[in-house]
Design a protein around this ligand. Structure first.
Ligand code: GRF
Length: 201
């Protein structure tokens, strides 16, 4: 399966995916990496891997709709079977979601703590268990059908940084596992709430 990966930051999930794709048995290849901002480590990782990259910044377009259209066209050039949002911090638009199947990874146990500050919000609430979620993307903020989740215990001494690092270690493993299953087995239930496909873990 051909994957286009979208990133906004460090790109450690992207790196894990690139490493996994080095094994032909994994069944997927990253064909391009896109970002919503320039100068991020995620883009450097892609360039080091010799992959084409592109940037579409919301602020460079007259409207959100124009950005949606441009991003859709940039991704479409690479003809992906699946788009992977790996720490991409923008809400994807209707045109994009109409065209592509998108999988996202989120550092909390959805539907708890959606949004951009999931780890901080979970800590502030005082939960003792949190985790990560891999899900299909729909028009809402972290609301799409859940594919897989894994838990992480919150230590009494954890701060946002240490907890996010713990989550990211579990998250990378889960994410790689799910993307590989989707790539090898396909998917049929992306619009249904209960994803009980061959890729469920
Ligand atoms: C991940 O925890 C992801 O779930 C969140 O941001 C982090 C991205 O990390 N939205 P990286 O850029 O893959 O290192």
């Amino acid at each position: 399966a051909r994957l286009v990966v979208l990133v906004s930051g460090a790109g450690t999930n992207l790196q894990a995916l690139l490493d996994a794709c080095a094994d032909p048995a994994y069944g997927a290849q990253v064909v391009a990496v896109g970002a919503d901002r320039p100068g991020i480590a995620g883009l450097d990782r892609a360039e080091r891997a010799g992959l084409p990259t592109f940037v579409a910044q919301v602020g460079d377009f007259p409207s959100r709709a124009a950005w949606d259209e441009a991003l859709t066209a940039l991704v479409a050039e690479h003809e992906p079977d699946l788009v992977v949002s790996a720490g991409f911090m923008k809400i994807l638009g209707p045109r994009f979601l109409d065209r592509f199947t998108v999988v996202n990874t989120h550092p909390a146990l959805l539907p708890a703590f959606p949004g951009a500050h999931a780890v901080r919000d979970a800590l502030a609430y005082g939960v003792k268990v949190t985790g990560c979620t891999v899900h299909f993307v729909d028009a809402g903020v972290d609301t799409g059908p859940i594919i897989a989740q894994e838990t992480v215990k919150v230590g009494w001494h954890d701060d946002e940084e240490s907890l996010h690092e713990k989550i990211k270690q579990v998250e990378r493993r889960l994410f790689i596992d799910v993307i590989g299953r989707l790539a090898r087995n396909g998917w049929t239930h992306r619009d249904e709430r209960h994803v009980s496909m061959k890729c469920s873990v």
